[in-house]
Design a protein around this ligand. Structure first.
Ligand SMILES: Cc1ncc(COP(=O)(O)O)c(CN[C@@H](CCC(=O)O)C(=O)O)c1O
Length: 399
C-alpha cells in the first residue's frame, strides 16, 4: 500500500484559503476582502515604484548569489532595526540591540517561539483576538498559548480594563505578545497614554514584551508614529523582543523580508541571544533569501529612495483611510441602522466589522463578498469601484 494512504485532506487556511474558494467563484461582481495584502485603487496588487527603482540599481551591481549568513544580510538588519527602533535609539547606539534577518514576520515569530521553548518557557500570552496564525506558530513551537482580553465586541472598542486586569494576573517572566500598531484583526490600538500604562504594568510584573511590528508606516502613514509603542517601551528600559515584517509597508509579501531582534542589558548579552537564534535558524532553514533584503537595504541606505518609500507608504495608508470613510458612509446611505463609526475609528489594514460567522457566510454565498469568518474586512480590497457593492452586501446580511 502507498506510504501516503492514511494522510487526511487538511482544512483550508482561514485567511489564505479564502483565495482558493474565491477563484472558483465565477460571479462577475465577486469581491475579496480577505488576505491582508494591499491593492491599489483598481484592486490590483501594487509594487512600490521605489522598489522597482531599487531593483534597477541592484541590477547594475552584478550581485553574486552566494549563501547569506545564518543571521542574514547584516546591512539590511542594521538598517531595518534603525527604521524600527529609531535612528536616535540609545540602546541601538550602545549595540544592545542585536537581530537576525527573518523569513518575514511569520518566520521571526516562529524562530522566537522555538528559542523561548528551548530556553525553558512553557507559554506565551497573545491578545484575544489576534492574527489567526499566531496560535499555530506558537503551538507548533511547543508553547501553550494563553490569551489576554483585548477587544470589547459589544462596544467595538479596546477592552483596556480587561487587558490590564489579565496582564496583572500573568506569572512573572511570561512573554506577552503585543501588536506594535494596526492590531490584526480589530484595527483597535491602545492610545499613547494606554501604552504608557501597559509599559508600567509590564515592567512591574517583569514580563517579556514581544512586539509584532507588521505594519510600520502603513497604519498611520508615518513610520515614526507607528513605532511609538515599541520606542516608548525601549525608552522605559524594557529588555524586549521585536519581529519586523516588510511585507505590507514595502509591499514585499512574497520575498519574505523581516527581522527578529532583542534588546539586551549589554552588547555581550544581546550578542549571546543572537548566537542562540542562529542555532535555531541553521537546522530550520539554514539562511534567508537575499533579494528582498537587498531591496530594503538599497532603499533605506539611499536618502532619496527612503523619502520616496515614505511617500509611497503614506499613499497606501491614505487610500485605506479614505476607503474607511467611504465604506461607513455607503453603509449609512444604504439605510443601515447599525452604528458603523468603528470602521473609521479603527486603523491599518483591517476593519473588524462585527458581522457574525453566519452573516459572513451569507455575504459570501449570496452576495459573493469574501471576508474572513471573524468578520474581518481587508480594507485594502475596498475601492471606489466596489465600496457601494460591499456596503449593500453588508447591509443586506445585517439588517
Ligand atoms: C500581525 C501580523 N503579524 C505577522 C504577519 C505575517 O506576515 P508576513 O508576511 O509573514 O510577514 C501578519 C500578516 N497577516 C496578513 C497576511 C496574510 C497572512 O499571512 O495571514 C493577514 O492577516 O491577512 C500580521 O498581520
Amino acid at each position: 500500500a502507498s506510504p501516503w494512504a492514511d494522510y487526511e485532506m487538511a482544512p483550508f487556511d482561514p485567511i489564505i484559503g479564502l483565495n482558493e474558494e474565491y477563484s472558483k467563484d465565477d460571479f462577475p461582481q465577486k469581491v475579496i476582502v480577505g488576505v491582508g495584502a494591499y491593492r491599489d485603487g483598481n484592486g490590483k496588487p501594487y509594487v512600490l515604484p521605489c522598489v522597482r527603482e531599487a531593483e534597477k540599481k541592484m541590477m547594475e551591481q552584478n550581485l553574486d548569489m552566494e549563501y547569506s549568513g545564518i543571521a542574514g544580510d547584516a546591512k539590511f538588519v542594521e538598517l531595518a532595526l534603525k527604521f524600527g527602533y529609531g535612528k536616535d535609539s540609545k540602546p541601538l547606539g550602545e549595540n544592545r540591540i542585536q537581530g537576525v534577518q527573518a523569513l518575514s514576520g511569520t518566520g521571526g515569530l516562529r524562530v522566537m517561539g522555538e528559542l523561548l521553548r528551548k530556553h525553558g518557557h512553557t507559554h506565551i500570552y497573545v491578545p484575544n483576538p489576534t492574527w489567526g496564525n499566531h496560535i499555530p506558530i506558537f503551538v507548533n513551537s511547543g508553547l501553550e498559548v494563553r490569551k489576554y482580553r483585548y477587544y470589547d465586541a459589544k462596544n467595538s472598542d479596546l477592552d483596556f480594563d480587561g487587558m490590564i486586569t489579565d496582564i496583572k494576573e500573568m506569572p512573572t517572566g511570561s512573554t506577552v505578545l503585543l501588536h506594535a500598531c494596526a492590531h490584526n484583526p480589530t484595527g483597535m490600538d491602545p492610545t499613547l497614554e494606554q501604552w504608557k500604562e501597559l509599559s508600567d504594568i509590564i515592567k512591574t510584573k517583569k514580563l517579556l514584551p514581544f512586539f509584532d511590528c507588521a505594519y510600520q508606516g502603513f497604519a498611520s502613514g508615518d513610520a515614526n508614529i507607528d513605532a511609538a509603542s515599541v520606542r516608548m517601551f525601549v525608552e522605559d528600559g524594557h529588555l524586549l523582543a521585536m519581529v519586523q515584517s516588510f511585507s505590507k509597508n514595502f509591499g514585499l509579501y512574497g520575498h519574505r523580508v523581516g527581522t527578529l531582534s532583542v534588546v539586551g542589558e549589554s552588547e555581550a548579552e544581546a550578542k549571546r541571544v543572537q548566537s542562540q537564534l542562529k542555532t535555531v535558524i541553521r537546522p530550520m532553514y539554514s539562511n534567508p533569501p537575499r533579494h528582498g533584503a537587498r531591496i530594503v537595504s538599497t532603499i533605506l541606505s539611499d536618502p532619496k529612495l527612503t523619502q520616496d518609500f515614505l511617500i509611497q507608504c503614506k499613499e497606501m495608508a491614505d487610500r485605506i483611510h479614505t476607503m474607511r470613510g467611504l465604506l461607513r458612509s455607503n453603509l449609512e446611505q444604504a439605510g443601515s441602522t447599525h452604528n458603523w463609526e468603528h470602521i473609521t475609528r479603527q486603523i491599518g489594514m483591517f476593519a473588524y466589522s462585527g458581522l457574525s460567522k453566519d452573516q459572513v457566510l451569507e455575504m459570501r454565498h449570496k452576495h459573493h463578498v469574501y471576508c474572513t469568518a471573524d468578520g474581518r474586512i481587508s480594507m485594502a480590497g475596498v475601492t471606489s469601484g466596489n465600496v457601494d457593492y460591499i456596503a449593500q452586501a453588508i447591509h443586506a446580511v445585517s439588517k
